[in-house]
Design a protein. Structure first.
Length: 58
């Protein structure tokens, strides 16, 4: 299972990252970061409906 997750992570491409910023009055959770990623094959095929989103929060 761990090997499968590692292989999947290696195939992901970061499209967009947005950090929390107090000066802009943008806060995701408790000083979190938003990540939008896509599998490199889906990106090549322009299948943007398959973008994955995650929030990392402290």
């Amino acid at each position: 299972m761990v090997k499968e997750l590692a292989n999947e992570a290696n195939d992901m491409v970061l499209l967009f990252q947005m950090d929390s910023d107090e000066k802009l009055d943008v806060m995701w959770g408790d000083v979190g970061i938003l990540y939008f990623c896509i599998d490199k094959h889906d990106l090549q095929d322009k299948q943007f409906e398959k973008v994955k989103f995650t929030l990392q929060c402290y």
